[in-house]
Design a protein around this ligand. Structure first.
Ligand SMILES: Nc1ncnc2c1ncn2[C@@H]1O[C@H](COP(=O)(O)OP(=O)(O)OP(=O)(O)O)[C@@H](O)[C@H]1O
Length: 260
């Protein structure tokens, strides 16, 4: 399997109330093309900081990030923008990526508006019409054309997250970063969204980084898992090895927390 993302020795500290907080410390991992890597850890373990660094929303103190062979941290301006189209994100709170004042179809195709030269293969038949492209994207995530003109406040949390996923896949990204995509949802809806992400990943051959504090959710979608604690990776293994005897003590605690 070719590597799509390669992260080497990434570190990031913040100053908080005059003292140094190490959010990410010497973190290295890679993700193969078409693979889903799960990143799990409790609140404060550094997961979001890592995601923000990958999305170029935060600069690390040191380290290297390579996407499809291109070093990301040296990029600026239009070169960075060009690479960013290949890396999309689904956040915990879908309202963060959906404009409250626009009908949902406009939010869903906004990335395509920003990159008009991009037409992923699953949208070639509808490229003549932005609205038809939005309808196709909504259909892919299980929302009928009835939703095109709805506003976010007229949709349920699960429907909004489906729309946010439609937006996330709209450019046919190489890498989809999902940062706690089910944490704001009712338990009954969480499983449906996990299933949708799995289906989308398989259908589009997409590579995923799936971030969550919920190790059961992470295991259900990921091929491999890395576990973060206090900014460091403390365990890494294939998903099927989650219950193996040589798991780190901390990983076991996360498993026990789910079954309690
Ligand atoms: N902008 C910031 N300024 C100061 N400290 C920060 C900042 N962002 C994160 N931190 C600190 O870095 C550490 C890691 O935070 P981070 O949000 O990455 O963890 P997390 O695992 O994503 O947790 P959560 O799931 O609660 O968001 C925490 O101690 C946090 O307080």
């Amino acid at each position: 399997m070719n590597r799509l993302l390669d992260v080497r020795q990434l570190s990031k500290t913040f100053i908080q109330n005059g003292s140094v907080v190490t959010a990410v410390q010497d973190v290295s991992f890679d993700i193969g093309e078409g693979e889903c890597l799960g990143l799990v850890g409790e609140s404060g373990s550094g997961k979001s900081t890592l995601a923000r660094i990958l999305l170029a929303l935060e600069r690390p103190d040191c380290g290297e990030i390579t996407l499809a062979g291109r070093s990301l941290l040296a990029l600026k301006g239009s070169a960075l923008r060009e690479v960013r189209q290949h890396m999309q994100v689904v956040f915990q709170d879908p309202t963060a990526s959906l404009n409250q004042r626009l009908p949902i179809w406009r939010s869903v195709i906004e990335p395509l508006d920003n990159f008009p030269q991009v037409t992923p293969s699953f949208l070639t038949e509808v490229r003549h019409s932005r609205r038809a492209a939005a309808a196709r994207l909504l259909e892919m995530v299980g929302l009928s054309a009835d939703f095109l003109d709805r506003y976010p406040h007229e949709m349920s949390g699960g429907q909004r997250q489906r729309a946010a996923i439609a937006r996330g896949i709209s450019l046919g990204p190489k890498l989809l970063i999902c940062d706690e995509p089910t944490s704001s949802l009712d338990v009954s809806v969480q499983a449906q969204i996990l299933q949708l992400l799995k289906t989308m990943q398989a259908q589009l051959g997409m590579t995923c980084l799936f971030i969550s504090h919920d190790i059961a959710a992470v295991q259900s979608v990921s091929d491999r898992i890395i576990v973060m604690k206090g900014g460091r990776i403390v365990d890494r293994f294939a998903s099927r090895q989650l219950m193996d005897a040589d798991r780190d003590e901390y990983t076991r605690r996360l498993v026990d927390a789910v079954s309690e």
